[in-house]
Design a protein around this ligand. Structure first.
Ligand SMILES: Nc1ncnc2c1ncn2[C@@H]1O[C@H](COP(=O)(O)OP(=O)(O)OP(=O)(O)O)[C@@H](O)[C@H]1O
Length: 469
């Protein structure tokens, strides 16, 4: 049977279900501005790289509300609608997994899903900060601190996110929780052209003068953590406007003025920390603050962090080694002091990010009585660069794990359907990635336990119960 000229909207209807056929079908539909296509109950979205407002307006939302799956053209709203109706009618909790490589459109898709769920479960006519409004406004805040310009995407999320939306008995949104995973910490200290560091650094450098003065900030180009890349400005992002927009979004999610001040103080402190340099000290393998300029940044960082300047200096140029008998303080050579400076900056920044997420969660509030929820998982896709680090290992392992879950779920579903319809079926061949998972899980888990054993024996506190924990 010939494929229709406009392609098919469900790829299970393709006569030949192989890679060229799938790609051809997606390309044909894309040419006609049809960015969504089903494969059974899965939705494939092809990034349009242009705003298509008619696809997501209220009129469109209303059309998909309660419509049978497959009755209308494939759409992300249809997926959310199924999840919502199953929850209401069958009391089933559902999670929607949004996956794909960087720049594929996961975050945009997640936003559309949340907007639709907010439309279904929102309270019309309620003034002020509603839960759904807070959930939606958490996006710009999280994006300011967790997104950056990368080679592939000007607004790339550098963390994974699971949003759990809770509903009350009547199907209204009653609470929400945001969990984030694995923020890319290395970006805080190391970037290459044409990428940027996290947006918030540039937003803050472009803030109104009285703000930059308060944090003793100058042009973004004067900070080491930003000027390692020649990319400072991004087309389509107005950093000064985004700074104000981020502040407004913070107001909505319940981060008050004082807390906002504290957050931006920490952001500025990280920039100042990055400009502290070291020279060789008099002793062997020791270092000192390099010059007046570095001392200015050290003093400013300690002022902003409200910590003692001498202690901060000591923390950067020495290392404490804790042994069972005593604490040994060792001086660091300039190279090690730089590594210790960067480690401090990364830790402060990632803790700030976690604090912001926690703050948003407290402010949105969870509904302890909610028995019904829909989760949306926006997780980074596979990554493979010229040089890959531990972060890529974790990201790719997560994806392999999700792939395994997906295989099991889809094949189980298929097999149940065949049994239900009394169709004779034989085992379906598929690429099973269990070997990859075993390689990582068995090696990592066993080495974790052997490390655990050794470290506890060393401290003399090893016992079977603590191992079991
Ligand atoms: N449905 C859409 N409509 C219009 N533009 C879109 C859509 N989906 C994606 N885009 C465009 O593509 C860009 C990248 O999308 P998005 O940030 O969602 O990708 P991602 O898969 O989340 O990437 P990363 O993993 O790097 O965070 C968006 O900034 C937007 O310009």
């Amino acid at each position: 049977m010939e494929a229709p000229p406009g392609g098919v909207d469900d790829m299970t209807r393709l006569s030949y279900l192989h890679e060229p056929g799938v790609l051809q079908n997606l390309a044909t539909r894309y040419e006609l501005n049809e960015i969504y296509t089903y494969t059974g109950s899965i939705l494939i979205a092809v990034n349009p790289f242009q705003r298509l407002p008619h696809l997501y307006d209220t009129h469109m939302m209303e059309q998909y509300k309660g419509a049978d799956f497959g009755e209308l053209s494939p759409h992300v709203f249809a997926i959310a609608d199924v999840a919502y109706r199953e929850m209401i009618n069958e009391g089933k909790n559902n999670s929607i997994l949004v996956s794909g490589e960087s720049g594929a459109g996961k975050t945009e898709t997640t936003k559309m899903l949340m907007r639709y769920l907010a439309h279904l479960g929102g309270r019309s006519g309620v003034e002020g900060r509603t839960v759904e409004q807070q959930v939606l406004e958490s996006n710009p805040v999280l994006e300011a601190f967790g997104n950056a310009k990368t080679v592939r995407n000007n607004n790339s999320s550098r963390f994974g996110k699971f949003v759990e939306i809770q509903f009350d008995k009547t199907g209204r949104i009653s609470g929400a929780a945001i969990r984030t995973y694995l923020l890319e910490r290395s970006r805080v200290c190391q970037i290459n052209t044409p990428e940027r560091n996290y947006h918030c650094f540039y937003f803050l450098c472009a803030a109104p003068h009285e703000d930059t003065q308060r944090y003793k900030l100058a042009d973004a180009r004067s900070f080491h953590y930003l000027n390692q890349s020649s990319c400072i400005e991004v087309e389509g992002i107005n950093d000064a406007e985004e700074y104000l927009a981020t502040r407004r979004a913070m107001d909505i999610v319940g981060i008050n003025e004082e807390e906002q001040e504290a957050i931006f103080r920490v952001v500025a402190a990280v920039l100042h920390i990055g400009n502290i340099n070291f020279a060789k000290g008099k002793e062997v393998d020791s270092s000192v603050i390099q010059d007046d300029n570095s001392r200015f940044h050290l003093n400013t960082a300690s002022e902003l962090l409200e910590c003692d300047c001498n202690n901060l200096e000591k923390a950067l140029i020495t290392r404490e080694i804790v042994t069972p008998e005593e604490i040994i303080t060792r001086t660091l050579d300039p190279e090690s002091a730089l590594a210790s400076r960067d480690a401090l900056a990364k830790t402060i920044y990632s803790r700030l990010f976690d604090w912001i997420v926690e703050k948003i969660n407290v402010s949105i509030g969870q509904d302890p009585n909610s028995k019904q929820l829909i989760g949306v998982l926006d997780i980074y896709g596979f990554e493979s660069f010229k040089i890959n680090s531990f972060e890529q290992l974790c990201i790719n392992y997560t994806n392999e794990k999700l792939q395994q879950h997906f295989n099991q779920h889809v094949f189980k579903m298929e097999q149940e359907e065949y049994t239900r319809e009394e169709i004779n079926w034989s085992y379906i061949e598929f690429v099973d990635n269990q070997d990859v998972l075993d390689l990582i899980e068995k090696v990592l888990i066993s080495s974790y336990f052997s490390y655990y054993d050794r470290s506890h024996k060393m401290q003399g506190s090893y016992d079977v119960t603590s191992k079991a924990k």
